[in-house]
Design a protein around this ligand. Sequence first.
Ligand SMILES: Cc1cc2nc3c(=O)[nH]c(=O)nc-3n(C[C@H](O)[C@H](O)[C@H](O)COP(=O)(O)OP(=O)(O)OC[C@H]3O[C@@H](n4cnc5c(N)ncnc54)[C@H](O)[C@@H]3O)c2cc1C
Ligand code: SF4
Length: 305
Amino acid sequence: MLPLPRTSYEAPDTVEEAVRLSAEPGARYISGGTDLLPSMKQRVHLPALLVSTRRLSAMRRVVAGESGALVVGAGLTLRHIATHPDVLLHHPALAAAARSVATPTIQAMATLGGNLMLDTRCVYYNQPSGWRAALGGCLKCEGTICHVAPKGKGCYAAQSADTVPVLSLLGAVAVFEALSGTVRVPVAELYDGDGRDWITAPRGSLLTHVELPAPQNPIAYRKLRQRGAIDYGLLLTAVQRNEGGFRAVISAVGPAPISVSAPDGASLEEAAYAAVQPLATHLPAATWRKKLVRVEVRRAVMELG
Ligand SMILES: Cc1cc2nc3c(=O)[nH]c(=O)nc-3n(C[C@H](O)[C@H](O)[C@H](O)COP(=O)(O)OP(=O)(O)OC[C@H]3O[C@@H](n4cnc5c(N)ncnc54)[C@H](O)[C@@H]3O)c2cc1C
Ligand code: SF4
């Protein structure tokens, strides 16, 4: 069993105090801890101070607006989101995405905020320190080369959070508190850059809630993974039919999700196949994942009827 490294811990009562504490050197937020604590055990992250969100009750509410618009607190657990009557009624694809994370026990701890701020993943990175050291580390952690693309200078670790493709298609907005004030970022614009620095919100800002607009057309969400539970997605696919055609957001294939669209009469699956280029960041072959892009998009379109 891997022991946790030593660290300090604070659980402030207010958002302001949490943001102030997070500005201290080496500070990091912790919510459910379902991603951060295993990463700390693997010595991927060694925060000097953990700033817990567990006492921030303002982040654990669902507020219903007009016509099914919702404000969902980032401190709510994925189980709460998957079972909340307003989410199930107005945004069932978000409930399905929350339900597809890991296992029911993890969903009971894991929060929406932690899901959106999930670290990028790669088979060369999410490993114990001894495993990584045997390869000399990599650009994202302790090393000087990328084992996925050795000639490149970037990191291609994948954004793999289940709720992100659906939230992007919904037009959801992530709301952060930073030292400079409130920052609102559409989820569709929250991820960019490379796998070492992929969040566009200000560093150290606290994700407090997510605004969901009134529901529009239904969304089909599909998760390709090795086993029916526990595993992260190998391809995360959300598809929506709009006036004039289809839109898709596909994730787990790089640091930022890929958006594609196809007007009526054109093939969404071919547009997605052309746009999505999985790399060897996961154990199953990238060529197989590429072939499955067409299949997953076609299945999602068929689910919409
Ligand atoms: C076995 C296993 C399987 C898993 N499978 C999946 C899966 O299939 N799909 C999936 O999406 N995830 C999966 N996860 C990862 C994780 O459980 C979820 O992503 C979860 O939603 C993370 O939320 P958390 O509250 O536990 O985050 P934490 O672990 O507390 O934090 C995760 C990251 O977010 C930051 N953070 C947390 N809250 C905030 C906030 N409010 N504002 C700013 N930053 C914040 C933390 O600093 C940290 O960097 C799995 C984890 C395990 C252990
Ligand atoms: S993509 Fe390359 S640099 Fe990034 S985590 Fe994987 S091996 Fe490391």
